[in-house]
Design a protein around this ligand. Sequence first.
Ligand code: PLP
Length: 355
Amino acid sequence: MTVYNFSAGPGVMPQQVLDQIQAEMKSFNNSGMSILEISHRSQLYTEMEQIAEQNLRDLMHVSDDYAVLFLQGGGTLQFTNIALNLTDQFHHVAYMNSGHWAQKAMEAAQKIDGLKVDWIGDPKGGLPHIQALNSDHLDYLHVTTNNTIEGTTYHQIPETIQPLVADMSSNIMAEPYDVNQFDLIYAGAQKNIGPAGMAVVIVKKSRLASHPELSQIMDYWLEEQKHSALNTPPVFCIYASGLVFQWLKQFGGVEAIYQQNQEQANLLYDYIDNSKLFNNTIPAAERSLTNIVFGTGDQQLDQQFIATAADHGLISLAGHRLVGGMRASLYNAMPTAGVHALIEQLQQFELNHGG
Ligand code: PLP
């Protein structure tokens, strides 16, 4: 039975990358050692890291004005690090209240002494608008581009006078954003990038300043000076992510995968919109391409569908416990055959349950 993994994270990886990792475990780059054994002070590592970084820069069109960091602690540690590193000037930040993870990011900032934290909007009323907030000078305005749990996305980021910080954990490289619009972009790796255990941070060099009062590992400036190898970096994560970047480049880059992501999401949304049993109530312009939430409105029926789908190899379709229902995460590595298999299963279930 073919298994399709719809998990929200860690998510599906490209098969080609998994095959390559397996093959190279015996000997990385003809070294006679696996990547797990390579010193981070060796040339083998340095070359691998530089290629991974360059491929990420190429994919997202990141200029030399920005540093690219591969750090530990996932997306969650960056919630705190951002607030510690980027608030020197005004000691005032604002967060778009677009969902659960945005709230987590804001709560981390609120723990910092003396930092004024504003909270804009309410996700229950749809995605809050990114406002210009002209009256106050902010160190940054934080936006979560894709709300993994709620299934909503800011597909376009309006111009604002405020410096923008974006959590792109669940749609980085799934659709194109202009990096130049942001002072900082961060993402936990385990959805569209690679294995869990790493975060990518893309930050404008002009926003970096030494922070000797911080623990060194939290100081972005120092991490940039040390090329993300202040201490032992997440070598395997960087290596596997580098292979994903190569795969995505071969695919045609972010623009090409965006086409595929739109096609796949449209197939599923079209089915749900025409279904008499399943529904999704998010306005079309705000719907996520990567996390598609839907349900029958009947908890028991939802559970039954999730179990039946799993029996047919369609794994991890349960919605987040906060919202219930179902969620199909269609990250970059999801083959279109997986979406067709899911739709067939939905159709069959609907037939069997009088939809
Ligand atoms: N931000 C978003 C949008 C997420 O979806 C998640 C996790 O799912 C996180 C942050 C937290 O990431 P991590 O688990 O890497 O700390």
